[in-house]
Design a protein around this ligand. Structure first.
Ligand code: HH2
Length: 286
């Protein structure tokens, strides 16, 4: 059974995202179709073992998702999504009661069920646009929320995405969504911003966002980067297989840390943790 109360969990998660050191968010996709690990962790034993291994390797948070957002993917029903993530969250917390769980969903119904099961961070790839009830839920629970930029929707977002100035447009979008969240009662201290690497962006757009990440950091909120194993890494390193993109991913993590991002959503926890340890030792933790 979960030993910690919801309030303790939410406070702990808030302290974590606002801390000075880098936060590693390990990815657990309970889906048949995620781009790099689809189908691997539908089986609950394998998923729990994966979550435990990521925690042992140094993950501070496990981000559980029940619907793929890879380019071209289709949405699933809320019932199906809840059926995938809630038992998983319960089982992870049975095994590792102190684990911090984030729920990767844009549906308030799923987020609520996940929070009930012990999740304490909401990771919303639509930045509160996907479900009109999400902002109030997050405000009421008082938990951290990740607001991510996406142009279009997963089904079609990679069909010729265009911007006049990608960095400015993503920054303006994130500023506006943060202001909206605050107007809905979300504590500014609970907001995390994410440029949404790979969500309606070409390789050049992703690189420009990484290069100029400081523009987003300057908005004054913690910044999360999710570049792990993504296609733009493969197109530069020549790794067609997503699992082979770990070295390129680690480079993005170090560069993002240098530009003051402090949350890193990754598949390969140990590699990213060790790279971050070197970056922290060299550059300092603050
Ligand atoms: N990327 C993915 C999913 N959720 N959340 C945030 N905040 N930032 C991201 O960059 C992000 C995210 C896509 O990656 P993954 O979960 O590995 O694949 P899939 O969407 O196919 O399940």
């Amino acid at each position: 059974m979960n030993q910690n109360s919801r309030q303790d969990r939410v406070i702990g998660a808030g302290d974590l995202i606002r801390g000075s050191g880098p936060v590693l968010v390990g990815i657990l996709n309970v889906t048949p179709d995620s781009f790099s690990d689809g189908g691997e962790f539908l089986d609950s034993e394998k998923a729990i073992a994966r979550a435990s291994a990521m925690l042992d390797e140094g993950a501070h948070v496990i981000d559980v998702g029940g619907e793929s957002t890879r380019p071209g993917s289709d949405p699933v029903s809320p019932e199906k999504e809840i059926g995938r993530v809630v038992p998983m969250i319960r089982e992870i917390l049975d095994e590792r009661p102190d684990a911090v769980i984030s729920i990767d969903t844009y549906r308030a119904q799923t987020a609520e069920a996940a929070i009930e099961a012990g999740a304490s961070i909401v990771n919303d790839v639509t930045a509160l646009r996907g479900d009109g009830r999400m902002s109030k839920l997050v405000a009421e629970v008082g938990c951290p929320v990740v607001l991510m930029h996406m142009k279009g929707e997963p089904k079609t977002m990679q069909r010729d995405p265009r911007y006049d100035d990608v960095v400015r447009e993503v920054r303006d979008f994130l500023r506006e969504k943060a202001e909206y969240a605050i107007s809905e009662g979300v504590d500014p201290k609970n907001i995390v911003l994410d440029p949404g690497i790979g969500f309606g962006k070409t390789v050049e757009h992703n690189l420009a966002l990484l290069r100029h990440l400081d523009t987003i950091v300057d908005l004054g909120f913690p910044v999360l980067v999710g570049a792990s194993r993504k296609g733009f890494v493969g197109s530069i390193t020549g790794s067609g297989d997503a699992r082979e993109r770990v070295f390129g991913t680690v480079a993005t993590t170090v560069m993002a840390y240098e530009r003051s991002a402090n949350l890193f959503r990754v598949h390969d926890v140990r590699a990213n943790r060790e790279a971050l340890a070197m970056a922290v030792a060299t550059l300092g933790a603050g």
